[in-house]
Design a protein around this ligand. Structure first.
Ligand code: KIV
Length: 309
């Protein structure tokens, strides 16, 4: 697959073989002490707002360890999410509900260390796991602080309504927050399975209300998972200060996220409809990730006729 992105590509997007000054070979995937790549401006909240203002889509991928995070950063991914999906892809759990805060902190720390080793510049998000923010705002603050201490720039939490108060509390205390609406995997059992959310008028209205409340509370990103494309586009237009990041929510969001294992085709089962396997036609993980970045930026992924509802 070959994409011709409309934005300016720098050498960091080129295959390793095209780089001058190659780093010496190292065993066990050892990361070089310093990146051989030209530096991009560190990704920050103002930088993400700039991307959105000029109509450039924001790219996000999950990563759970130092090496994959460094490769994603080198491929040009702007945001790296240490998602609690690690419970399913790394720990073999049946859902994300069993992931603990200690496990999240361990993986955030590994990813942050990997990014530091290569002078990575990606924006790093850490997921607050189930049970770590549900009791009180104070509990949420303690949990968020643990992920910030581990190296996260932003924390993510799931749900709408009751979470607005928690988000406000964290934002007022200097912690950037990404919210998550639609299919919220931590409560998959209450939702009756991995189903599209917001399909009927009442559910769509509730979703829109929750999204506005979260922006008002200070959330600066919002993952919209398995939401009809038209609804996700409407929510995006209503949220100028909060960047929507879609997964199974069509191409109208401000950015896209996929679980790394899904987009690399590391799946013995069937990938969900909203996933494209970017290893098809790629000769390395880095190339697959760069193809994902290019496809999101040039609007060829997601394709609403294939990947959305
Ligand atoms: O945990 C995770 O990886 C996520 C993404 C699916 C957005 O929440």
């Amino acid at each position: 697959m070959h994409y011709s992105p409309p934005f300016s590509f720098t050498a960091r997007h080129l295959p390793v073989s095209d780089m001058s000054n190659p780093t010496p070979a190292t065993p066990y995937g050892t990361l070089p002490a310093a990146s051989p790549l030209p530096a991009r401006k560190p990704v920050s909240l103002p930088r993400l707002a700039e991307l959105r203002d000029r109509g450039e889509k924001i790219t996000m991928l999950t990563a759970y360890d130092a090496t994959f995070a460094a490769v994603a950063d080198a491929a040009g991914v702007e945001c790296i999410l240490v998602g609690d999906s690690l419970g399913m892809v790394c720990q073999g759990l049946a859902s994300t509900a069993g992931v603990t805060l200690e496990t999240m902190a361990y993986h955030v720390e590994s990813v942050a260390r990997g990014l530091r080793r290569v002078q990575g510049t990606a924006w790093l998000l850490g997921d607050l796991p189930f049970g770590s923010y549900h009791e009180s705002k104070e509990q949420a603050m303690r949990s968020a602080a643990q992920l910030v201490h581990a190296g996260a720039h932003m924390i993510k939490l799931e749900g709408g309504g009751w979470t607005a108060e928690v988000v406000r509390f964290l934002v007022e205390r200097g912690i950037p927050v990404c919210a998550h609406l639609g299919l919220t995997p931590q409560t998959v059992h209450a939702l009756g399975g991995y189903r599209v959310q917001g399909r009927d008028d009442t559910a769509a209205l509730t979703l829109k209300r929750h999204a506005l409340e979260l922006q008002d509370a200070g959330a600066t990103m919002l993952v919209l998972e398995m939401v009809p494309a038209a609804l996700a586009t409407e929510i995006t237009q209503q949220l100028p200060r909060c960047h929507t990041i879609g997964i199974g929510a069509g191409k109208g969001t401000a950015g896209q996220v996929l679980v790394m294992h899904d987009m690399l085709g590391i799946n013995l089962g069937k990938n969900p409809k909203f996933v494209r396997n970017f290893m098809d036609g790629a000769s390395s993980v880095r190339e697959a990730m760069a193809a994902y970045v290019a496809a999101v930026k040039n609007g060829s992924f997601p394709d609403d006729s294939l990947h959305a509802w």
